[in-house]
Design a binder for this molecule. Structure first.
Ligand SMILES: NC(=O)c1ccc[n+]([C@@H]2O[C@H](COP(=O)([O-])OP(=O)(O)OC[C@H]3O[C@@H](n4cnc5c(N)ncnc54)[C@H](O)[C@@H]3O)[C@@H](O)[C@H]2O)c1
Length: 271
């Protein structure tokens, strides 16, 4: 069902790799709600992913950008505003990657070159995206910027590795940059903290099957899906949430406020 919530709005969506990607599902919903956008991903993802299919489905153009490269981001923002015919109303940062996780390095045995790279891709890139948008004055007033995060930024999930630290940094950037974007440009900046979701990035985390099943049992409403996340993001891009900013918003079926659930307890009880 469409409510035309984003009619006439323009934006950039980062991070759609395949149909499991949260950004992919979000792009479909934004299109359904009447928004126009440019899709962006790292040049390497263009070869691996099926992003062209998404571009056709949503009648949008693709501009490659490595989100750690200021030059690429500047080119992207210039071209996106040109293609879309004006300043932007929404931006989704749906980007994450840890080289330590990929290489199977334990948290206590990091390769710091990998740590730095993972930080740059997963957290630093969010600052870079916003700095480019801010300096170019590329956002319309009452625009909305959203980045995706995970609960391991706030609580310990041992196998989430250095991504936990990257997410903590990302959430802090949302608040710190959100202040200036709010004061100077009337733009809101938030992070959405999403349930574990079976995507390429999600499944890269060791023990993923275990903690998605655990979160499902802990959450009174069950895990939020990629489509649930897309719907929440639409609300955050719409004019219905104009004064929500500097927040870390949980889209997790209630997981973040749970201590223990009866279902989890049952697995420890005899008989
Ligand atoms: N899947 C989960 O369990 C989960 C839970 C909470 C939050 N998140 C977050 O959601 C976001 C999207 O991830 P997803 O789960 O949809 O997985 P995904 O693998 O589909 O998306 C990650 C994207 O990041 C892109 N990317 C990597 N390096 C890049 C670079 N240098 N420049 C530009 N793009 C780059 C990838 O190409 C990919 O499209 C991430 O921030 C992730 O941490 C995921």
């Amino acid at each position: 069902m469409s409510y035309n919530l984003l009619k006439g709005k323009r934006g950039i969506i980062f991070g759609a790799l395949d149909e499991h990607s949260i950004a992919w599902q979000t792009a479909l919903k934004v299109h359904e709600e009447g928004g126009n956008f440019v899709l962006s991903n790292a040049p390497i993802a263009m070869r691996m992913g099926q992003i062209k299919e998404l571009a056709t489905l949503t009648n949008s153009e693709i501009i490659a950008a490595d989100a750690t490269s200021l030059e690429d981001l500047e080119n992207l923002v210039d071209k996106a505003t040109e293609i879309l015919g004006g300043k932007l109303d929404f931006v989704l940062h749906s980007i994450g990657m840890s080289v330590n996780v990929r290489k199977g390095n334990h948290y206590t045995n990091q390769n710091y070159n990998f740590t730095h790279k993972g930080w740059d891709v997963s957290a630093g890139s969010f600052h870079k995206v916003m700095q480019v948008l801010y300096k170019k004055d590329a956002m319309n007033e009452w625009g909305s910027i959203v980045a995706l995060t995970y609960m391991a930024s706030q609580r310990v999930f041992p196998d989430y590795n250095d991504m936990a630290d990257n997410k903590a940094y990302l959430e802090s950037i949302a608040r710190s940059f959100g202040y200036f974007f709010g004061k100077d440009k009337k733009v809101r900046v938030n992070t959405i903290s999403q349930s574990p979701t079976p995507t390429t990035a999600g499944q890269g985390v060791k023990g993923f099957d275990g903690f998605i099943a655990y979160a499902e049992k802990m959450s009174p409403l069950g895990n939020a899906t990629a489509i649930d996340c897309a719907n929440y993001t639409i609300a955050m891009f719409s004019d219905l949430t104009k004064r929500v900013t500097l927040q870390n918003l949980y889209n997790d079926g209630g997981f973040s406020n749970m201590g223990v659930s009866n279902e989890v307890m049952d697995t420890f009880m005899g008989e």
